[in-house]
Design a protein around this ligand. Structure first.
Ligand code: GDP
Ligand code: PGA
Ligand code: MN
Ligand code: MN
Length: 615
C-alpha cells in the first residue's frame, strides 16, 4: 500500500482514496507493474505499443490495431447493471444483484493481470469546471495499452482531475481486465465475459474484452450507464446517447443547438460532422459539439443545456469517404494521431482501407490483410473483392478514434463548461418504411413518448441480428441503467422544469424503396434541410401539415436549393402510411405495457395518437 501510494505520488497523483482503490484492485488482479497515466504520456505509450507490435504504424502519425476476432462489438447480452435494490430492475437494464455480480467479477479478475501492467487512468468526463464536474471524475484501471491510447483520445486524462478534491473519494471506480481473450467462450453458454456497472456503488467492473465499446469505461459505462443512473438518483441531469450540433444562420448571426438520439451506427457521428450542402453553405454552418453522449441539465437561467462529456470521436469507418463525410476524413488525416481498429491494413505500404473508403477495392491486393489479419492474396480470386456479407476486408464495426480538436467543424466553444442551450431534441433510427423524413412534435409528453417508442433496425455496432426492428428507448436501450417508467418521469420533470421547452422531432434518413432497396433520402449533408425546417417550425416560420404523429413539412417549406434527390421519393418521405402506423400503435402499446410506473402523461399521449388515427 505504501509502495502504491508512492507510485501514485511520484506521478503527481495525490489522492489517498485513489491510492486505496488502486491497492485494493492490484491485490486482486496482481499486475507485474503499476503505472499512472496522463495525456502527456501518449507519445511514449505509442512508441511502446509500436515496439511490441500491439499497434502498427499506418502512415505519418496514424496507428492501427486489431482486436481479437470474437471481440469486435459491444456485447449487450453480457452487460449488466447491478444495484442493491431489486426495485431498480427495468426491462432493458439487465438488473442484477450488486453483491452477486461483484463476487463473480472478483473471481474472474483474480490474478488475471499477472505479468501485465496495470495502467491507472484518471479522467474527467466533462469540460473542466463544468457544473456537472462532480459526476464526471473517474479512474480507469486497465491492463491493456491500446485501451489507454483510446482513453487518452476519448476523455480528458490526467492526474490533475483527481487532485485537490473537496471529497477525495468522489470518483467512479472503473476496473477493466482484458482476460484471456482466446479462452473466454465468447457467444457460448460458458461465456466468461461480464460487463457490469455497479451503479449504486459508482463502480464499474468489466471483464473479458479489449474492444472500445466494452473497454473504454469513461465513455460507455461511466458516460452513459453510470451517469444516467447518477442523473436520476440525484435528480440533477440526464445522460443520453445523443449527438449535439450548432447550426449557425450566418444571415441572422444566430446559432441554434440541436441534440438527439440515434442508436449505434445510425448516423450520430455523421450528423455531427455534417457540412451544409454546397448551395446552403453561404448561409449556414454546422458546428460539432458531440457525437455520442450528451448530459442535459437546467442552467442557472432556467434553460436546458446540453454538454458533451467526451474529448474525442469513436466513429464507424465503413462508408466514411471524402464525399459522405469529408469532415471525418480530415479529422483522421496524417498527423492526427488517429487510432484505427479492425479496418484492412497493408503492412508493406502502411495503408488502411475499409468498405466505402473508395468506390472500389484497392486494385492491387499485394500486401493487404483483412481485419482478421488474413492475407487477401490467400483468398480465392473470386473472393478477393468481398461479394457477400462476412467477407469484408474491414469489419463492419471497424472504427477510428480521434480527438475532438482534430474535427475541423468542432465548435470554437466546445469546452464551454455548462454546454449550450438546447433548441431541439430529435430521435431517429434506421427504419426502412413507415417513418417519414421528419415529424415535428411540440408537446413535451408526446416528445418523451416518441423517444420511448424509438424503434430501429438493429445494427452491427452490437452483437446480434442485423436488420431486425427493435425498440430502443431514447437510443439508450444498451445503456439503460434504471427502470423505464422512472426514466420517463425523470425526463418529464427535468425538461418540464425548464423555462423554455425545446421542440422535439423524429427523423428518418433510412427509408427505402421496397422495389430496389435504394435509400429514398440522399442523407448526410442533405439532412440539414430537414433540421432547418424544424427550426422554422419552432420559430413560427413554417406551419407544416398536422398528422396524428406530429407536423410534417409541406414540400415547399423545405429548403431544396441544389437538392439532387428524387422528387417522387420525396413525396413518399413527406407522407404518412396510415396502415403501417395503425399496426405500429398496437406494437407500441405492448412495448409500453412492459414498463412499470409509466407516467400517465405518456399513456395519454399514446391514446391521443391512437384516437387521431382512428378518427
Ligand atoms: P453513429 O454510430 O450513430 O455515430 O453512426 P455513424 O454516423 O457512424 O454512421 C453509421 C453508418 O451509417 C455509417 O456507415 C454511415 O456511413 C451511415 N450513415 C450515416 N448517416 C447516414 C445518412 O444520412 N444516410 C445513409 N444512407 N447512411 C448514413
Ligand atoms: P456509436 O458509438 O453510437 O457511434 O456507434 C459507439 C457505441 O455506441 O458502441
Ligand atoms: Mn454510441
Ligand atoms: Mn458515432
Amino acid at each position: 500500500m505504501d509502495n502504491i501510494a508512492k507510485i501514485l505520488s511520484d506521478a503527481g497523483l495525490e489522492n489517498p482514496a485513489v491510492a486505496e482503490y488502486v491497492a485494493h484492485w492490484a491485490g486482486i488482479t496482481e499486475p507485474a507493474a503499476i503505472e499512472v497515466i496522463s495525456a502527456k504520456d501518449d507519445d511514449r505509450l505509442i512508441a511502446e505499443g509500436l515496439a511490441t507490435g500491439e499497434i502498427a504504424p499506418a502512415g505519418d502519425g496514424l496507428y492501427y490495431s486489431r482486436s481479437y476476432y470474437k471481440d469486435t462489438a459491444r456485447s449487450e447480452e453480457r452487460t449488466v447493471v447491478a444495484t442493491h435494490n431489486p426495485q431498480e430492475a427495468g426491462i432493458y437494464n439487465n438488473w442484477h444483484d450488486a453483491t452477486e455480480v461483484t463476487a463473480r467479477q472478483l473471481e474472474s479478475m483474480k490474478g488475471a493481470s499477472r505479468s501485465k501492467t496495470m495502467y491507472v487512468v484518471p479522467y474527467l468526463m466533462a469540460p473542466p469546471k463544468s457544473p456537472l464536474e462532480k459526476w464526471a471524475r473517474g479512474v480507469e484501471l486497465t491492463d491493456n495499452l491500446t485501451v489507454v491510447l483510446h482513453m487518452i483520445r476519448m476523455a480528458r486524462v490526467g492526474v490533475e482531475h483527481l487532485n485537490n478534491l473537496e471529497n477525495p473519494a468522489e470518483f467512479v471506480r472503473a476496473v477493466h481486465v482484458t482476460g484471456d481473450l482466446k479462452n473466454l467462450g465468447q457467444g457460448t453458454d460458458k461465456d466468461k465475459r461480464l460487463f457490469a456497472t455497479v451503479a449504486d456503488e459508482r463502480t464499474i467492473l468489466h471483464f473479458g474484452s479489449s474492444y472500445g465499446g466494452n473497454a473504454l469505461l469513461g465513455k460507455i459505462a461511466h458516460g452513459l450507464r453510470q451517469a444516467s443512473y447518477d442523473g436520476w438518483a440525484s435528480g440533477e441531469f440526464l445522460s443520453e446517447q445523443f449527438m449535439l450540433i450548432g447550426i449557425k444562420d450566418k444571415l441572422k448571426d444566430h446559432t441554434y443547438y440541436v441534440c438527439g438520439g440515434f442508436p449505434s451506427a445510425s448516423g450520430k457521428t455523421n450528423l455531427a460532422m455534417m457540412l451544409a450542402p454546397d448551395a446552403l453553405g453561404d448561409r449556414y454552418e454546422v458546428y460539432f459539439y458531440g457525437d455520442d453522449i450528451v448530459w442535459l441539465h437546467v442552467g442557472e437561467d432556467g434553460k436546458i443545456y446540453g454538454m458533451n462529456p467526451e474529448y474525442g470521436a469513436f466513429g464507424v469507418a465503413k462508408d466514411t469517404n471524402w464525399k459522405s463525410n469529408p469532415t471525418a476524413m480530415d479529422a483522421i488525416k496524417e498527423g492526427s494521431k488517429t487510432l484505427f481498429t479492425n479496418v484492412a491494413y497493408n503492412p508493406e505500404t502502411q495503408e488502411l482501407w475499409w468498405e466505402g473508403k473508395t468506390p472500389d477495392y484497392p486494385e492491387d491486393v499485394t500486401g493487404w490483410r483483412d481485419w482478421k489479419g488474413e492475407k487477401i492474396s490467400d483468398r480465392p480470386a473470386d473472393r478477393q473483392r468481398c461479394e457477400a456479407k462476412g467477407d469484408e476486408w474491414a469489419h463492419p464495426n471497424s472504427r477510428f478514434t480521434t480527438s475532438l480538436a482534430n474535427v475541423p467543424n468542432v465548435a470554437p466553444d466546445y469546452e464551454e463548461p455548462q454546454g449550450v442551450p438546447i433548441d431541439a431534441i430529435i430521435f431517429g433510427g434506421r427504419v426502412k418504411d413507415r417513418e417519414p423524413l421528419i415529424r415535428a412534435i411540440t408537446d413535451l409528453a408526446e416528445g418523451v413518448y416518441d423517444g420511448l417508442t424509438l424503434g430501429a433496425q438493429a445494427t452491427f455496432a452490437a452483437e446480434g441480428k442485423e436488420g431486425v426492428l427493435r425498440y430502443d428507448p431514447m437510443s439508450m436501450r444498451p445503456f439503460m441503467s434504471y427502470p423505464e417508467g422512472d426514466y420517463a418521469t425523470h425526463w418529464l420533470k427535468l425538461i418540464g422544469s425548464a423555462k423554455e421547452q425545446p421542440i422535439f422531432a423524429h427523423v428518418n434518413w433510412f427509408q427505402r424503396d421496397p422495389e430496389d432497396g435504394h435509400f429514398r433520402w440522399p442523407g448526410y449533408r442533405d439532412n440539414l434541410r430537414a433540421l432547418l425546417w424544424l427550426l422554422d417550425v419552432k420559430e413560427g416560420r413554417a406551419e407544416g401539415v398536422q398528422t396524428p404523429v406530429g407536423i410534417l413539412p409541406k414540400k415547399e417549406e423545405l429548403n431544396l436549393d441544389g437538392f439532387e434527390g428524387d422528387d417522387a421519393d420525396l413525396d413518399k418521405l413527406l407522407s404518412i402510411d396510415t396502415d403501417l402506423w395503425k399496426k405500429e400503435m398496437g406494437y407500441r402499446r405492448e412495448h409500453l405495457a412492459q414498463f412499470k410506473n409509466l407516467p400517465e402523461q405518456i399513456w395519454a399521449a399514446h391514446e391521443r395518437i391512437e384516437q387521431a388515427f382512428n378518427a
